[in-house]
Design a protein around this ligand. Sequence first.
Ligand code: GRG
Length: 319
Amino acid sequence: MISADQASSTSSPVANPSATDTVNRDFDLGRYLQERREQVESALHSSITVVYPEKIYEAMRYSLLAGGKRLRPILCLATCELTGGTLEMAMPTACALEMIHTMSLIHDDLPAMDNDDYRRGKLTNHKVFGDDIAILAGDGLLAYAFEYVAVHTQGVAPERLLKVVARLGHAVAATGLVGGQVVDLDSEGETDITLEKLNFIHTHKTGALLEASVVSGAELSSADSETLKQLTRYARNIGLAFQIIDDVLDITATYEELGKTAGKDLQAQKATYPSLWGIDESRRQAQALVQEAKGALAEFGDKALPLMAIADYITARKS
Ligand code: GRG
């Protein structure tokens, strides 16, 4: 594979393990994630009020507040802080990222897409509210995400905010999630899928929003172009590692761990990284990408401890 910078490459791994493994020793990631999750949960809870027509607001809140790791908002908050910004500056974008992610899960679970009954340990949106309302709940969350960033962001120069809004749009559009999903749907049942195509699917379907999460946080503050470049490198590597582990967990984890039906990829005859490489090699490739990601943070020193630890968490996670 696989350098995330050249995810279309089909050659051998190029990830470059660096001397950053030891940096995480004194950082309490569990506590950090718990604290940030609570802040994000609280902001998300107050982001949507139920008014008439109640049904749609309830459907939007049902999925948005159903839990989940909140990885995308946490990444955005972490890079904003890393680059000299504040949590307050980044929280509306962090919430918008979670709204976009949640809408993509709602649509992904629909019968016309992956047809899933469970998500985040609960019945999927369409199982509770029906396909029609689930589609509209996704649409509602997507549109509201952009309104939310534009209306609620404070203390950020307008030209920076505009860049962030454009970045979010790019990550969602045919250039990102939508494009990845189209190729994914087209590839179902394709037994001889190339690594290049698999990488296309996942750098778009999964990687684009993770990259936007990392880079938008830095864009909101005063990050210079070199900093954005290194953070983009970090993001692309963790994005691909995240998906490889997602594929592995679909095989190795249980419903209780995942909060959704396990083994779906095999059932849908989807080509995955483990189907190309096997489970052990997939884990090894993900680990190499994480090392490469951590290497991109070298210049930030201890300030990057949260991002370093999050990179490790991506391969260590059980859900
Ligand atoms: C974006 C307009 C628009 C439409 C959606 C359905 C679709 C197009 C794209 C699919 C995107 C998708 C569901 C990608 C999978 C990404 C992924 C690995 C999700 C799991 O993320 P986690 O593990 O989930 O972070 P939690 O529940 O923890 O948030």
